[in-house]
Write a protein of this length. Structure first.
Length: 756
């Protein structure tokens, strides 16, 4: 069997382009003799080429194919069905070491979930530098154009538990570990460029407020409750973040369609010692897209793993998610040229003021082999840096520098968490740290101190010229004080900038989100405080929200919030600055990339007697452009077309909903149309289409589908709509493709929902 396996391996390596064909052929031939998964493993282990991190992980990866069952001590087990007993009906014997080992291991399988960002999904990939950034940073992975660095990325929601839904309204984590030759560099980023609070000391308060309430542990993965809004309404500094969180950015269509932001200002330091402030940006090549809130709620029921599945499937299919990676750069001497403080994490630098300089591409191209070993055990830390990258005094960042190692100690249980395979750097670690729980490294020799003569002085400190890290020599003079800088006290200008930069439909979604969230707040005083805060951002917004909540907008006499104890709150609060830009196009998703249907999921509604020619033709066109077609039929049984082609559907109409798709094709065919309108299926198919219509998706009605069309909301509304295509023909196909690429006909939302 092994000989067979090796032959297959050699064949596969040498005939790479023919792999898939060969795979199909060989699975048929060898099905009887070689377990299918041996063949699968050989052929499907893609994209390992030139990835030193994946190579390193292979040393720790096991494969059970063709192996005998053993205990953890390597003893072969001959009966895994019965415990050892005093008789076949007798008590189990304490002697049963096999039972004891198995149960004991099982009893300890769980580790604490992350205190925040517990729910997540990850993938391996590569960062390719397209342009040397040597002028600004001496980081080696950013110096030589063309250089490739292996990465592991973990996306997450913040508030929910490990098993919570992907579609919660929440910030998304976007944490990247770069395995560089100079050690691990972690960019622990989010999909929103600002944060709720300005100082780390408020983080436990924020997290306690948003997490389920401690008396009854309700609600799960949701900010729509009293304690969150109580806290927020008392924290004016959170208003900018709240605008982002209530926008559709907080309900992405896919992890692959989100931006990433480092949030804080970091520093680049070049080999001459010159420093630059930088803000990190990741821009998805597929554009930034979201779903609508009513969809998000429904997806959570149909497929709570929607984002996880989407990421996994895209990578398995070879549609690798990609982001342009770049920075906004500001030389140190220009630090005070702006109307906000660079150290304040509740502020952005508008891209119109300082454009993002793109210097490379991040591509995710390999799913993990094991969720727990990789995605769960990976440990990020903003303090994992390399020479050429440094921190700033942002008080939120400074607190993070403490928190991340600390949390790994309780989560992963030992200071040796860096030895877990996914956390190992690809360069070797040499130091005098020793022992501790679960130590794996076997350090030779007597010496575990420095300086030493016995070990020849090793390991040596590295000179800076040899890559030794030295902190940036920022000049500091000051008085020890527990206070907030006055330069941080402008909480509304950028909240306004964000709101004013949104398109009409985005503003409406944002208003509705606030109404949804605040309706769940049971204490009127909190709602009132909140709308009064909104009044500082936009009076109409505050009025609209207040009118749905039965509260009044009050002009706050004394603004609430965290301000220096000895400051006059009124004067600080009103210290609003005139922003350099009043509208920033980059802040609206309406202006994002809309030029591709790559990885968009299109539901084909097929039923007995459907027009199989038109299905094959459109399917080919869509798939050529990267679209993903899934067939939805009345039942989960094979469906025959009018020319005899039989398709096995992916879903039945009752097991899915159009919220799980980007577009719908109601397949041509008189017979199939008749089939769909039978009493058993009619409501199902109409709900499917009407819901897609309400959520502004592209819908294509093939020929002879009038019987369905005439019963939809689309017909009764009788209006023009560029994303509803009625007749099947060549231009119809093309119009459908363009409508899918534009993501949604959001501009027609009011019209589609019959609102003024
Ligand atoms: Fe985190 N954060 N955070 N955070 N954070 C954690 O570390 C913390 C903040 C972010 O996929 C924890 O390993 C403090 C901002 C991501 O494993 C913890 C403060 C940003 C992830 C922690 C912040 C982030 C975390 C929990 C305020 C965006 C998930 C588990 C001072 C720039 C990483 C862990 C992953 C995780 C602390 C604020 C991003 C407790 C104290 C701002 C993406 O250490």
């Amino acid at each position: 069997m092994y000989v067979m396996g090796s032959i297959l391996h050699v064949l596969a390596e040498h005939f790479y382009s023919a792999k898939i064909l060969l795979y199909t052929y060989l699975t048929e031939i060898f099905q009887a003799g070689v377990p299918l998964n041996i063949i699968t493993n050989i052929f499907m282990k893609k994209n390992n080429v030139n990835n030193p991190k994946v190579d390193q992980l292979q040393q720790y990866t096991t494969d059970n194919s063709g192996e005998k069952l053993t205990t953890n001590q390597g003893l072969k087990i001959n009966n895994n069905q019965d415990s050892l007993k005093s008789d076949d009906r007798g008590a189990t014997l304490l002697e049963d070491f096999i039972l004891r080992e198995k149960i004991t291991h099982f009893d300890h399988e769980r580790i604490p979930e992350r205190i925040v960002h517990a729910r997540g999904s990850g993938a391996h990939g590569v960062f390719r530098l397209s342009k040397s950034m040597e002028k600004y940073t001496k980081a080696k992975f950013l110096s030589e154009a063309g250089k490739e660095t292996p990465v592991f990325v973990r996306f997450s929601t913040v508030a929910g538990s490990r098993g919570s839904t992907d579609l919660a309204r929440d910030v998304r984590g976007f944490a990247i570990k770069f395995y560089t030759e100079e050690g691990n560099y972690d960019l622990v980023a989010n999909n929103i460029p600002v944060f709720f609070i300005q100082d780390a000391i408020k983080f436990p308060d924020l997290v306690h407020a948003v997490k389920p309430e401690p008396d009854h542990e309700i609600p799960q993965a949701s900010s729509a409750h009293d304690t969150f809004w109580d806290f927020i309404s008392l924290m004016p500094e959170s208003m900018h973040m709240i605008m982002w969180l209530m926008s559709d950015r907080a309900i992405p269509r896919s992890y692959r369609m989100m931006e990433g932001f480092g949030v804080h200002s970091f520093r680049f330091v070049n080999s001459e010692g010159a420093a630059f402030f930088v803000k990190f940006h990741l821009k998805p090549k597929l554009g930034v897209h979201s779903v609508a809130w009513p969809e998000a709620q429904k997806i959570s029921g149909f497929d709570p793993d929607f984002h996880r599945r989407d990421l996994w499937e895209a990578i398995e299919k070879g549609t690798f998610p990609e982001w342009d990676f770049g920075v906004q750069i500001v030389p140190e001497e220009n630090e005070f040229d702006f109307d906000f403080d660079f150290l304040d994490p509740t502020k952005i630098i508008p891209e119109e003021v300082v454009p993002v300089e793109i210097f490379g591409t991040l591509t995710l191209n390999r799913n993990p082999d094991n969720f727990f070993a990789e995605t769960e055990q990976i440990a990020f830390h903003p303090g994992h840096i390399v020479p050429g990258i440094d921190f700033t005094n942002d008080p939120l960042l400074q607190g993070r520098l403490f928190s991340y190692t600390d949390t790994q100690l309780s989560r992963l249980g030992s200071p040796n968490f860096h030895e877990i395979p996914i956390n190992r750097s690809i360069n070797t670690v040499h130091n005098n740290q020793r022992d501790g729980h679960m130590r794996q490294q076997i350090a030779k020799g007597k010496v575990s101190y420095e300086p030493n003569s016995i070990g020849g002085g090793c390991p040596f400190q590295a000179m800076m010229k040899d890559g030794g890290f030295a902190s940036y020599g920022e000049k500091i003079s000051g008085t020890k004080i527990r206070a907030r800088s006055e330069s941080f006290v402008d909480h509304y200008s950028q909240a306004k900038l964000f709101y004013n930069s949104q398109s009409e439909y985005e503003k409406e979604h944002l208003q509705k989100a606030l109404i949804f969230e605040l309706t769940k707040v049971t204490i009127p005083a909190i709602r009132e405080r909140m709308v009064s805060q909104l009044n500082f951002i936009d009076k109409e917004l505050a009025q609209k929200v207040a009118s749905k909540l039965g509260v009044e907008v009050k002009i706050l006499e004394k603004p609430n919030g965290s301000i220096p104890a000895d400051a006059d709150p009124q004067s600080l609060q009103s210290e609003e600055r005139e922003p350099e830009t009043k509208v920033s196009e980059a802040l609206s998703m309406a202006n994002t990339i809309k030029d591709s249907i790559k990885s968009r999921k299109i539901a084909f509604l097929i039923a007995e007697g459907f027009d199989d020619e038109s299905v094959s033709s459109l399917m080919n066109k869509l798939e050529e452009q990267g679209g993903v077609v899934e067939l939805v039929a009345p039942e989960m049984i094979p469906v025959k077309g009018e020319n005899g082609t039989t398709f096995m559907p992916h879903h039945s109409i009752t097991s899915t909903a159009s919220v799980c798709f980007d577009a719908v094709y109601v397949v041509s065919g008189e017979n199939s149309t008749h089939h769909w309108v039978q009493p058993d299926y009619k409501n199902g198919v109409l709900d499917f289409i009407n819901e897609a219509y309400r959520h502004c998706k592209a819908i294509y009605f093939g020929n002879h589908t009038e019987l369905i069309y005439d019963h939809t909301d689309i017909y009764t509304k009788k209006h023009e709509d560029y994303a509803v295509i009625l007749e099947e023909n060549n231009s119809g196909d093309q119009n459908f493709i363009s409508a899918i690429a534009s993501h949604r006909a959001w501009k027609l939302e009011k019209q589609r929902n019959g609102m003024k």
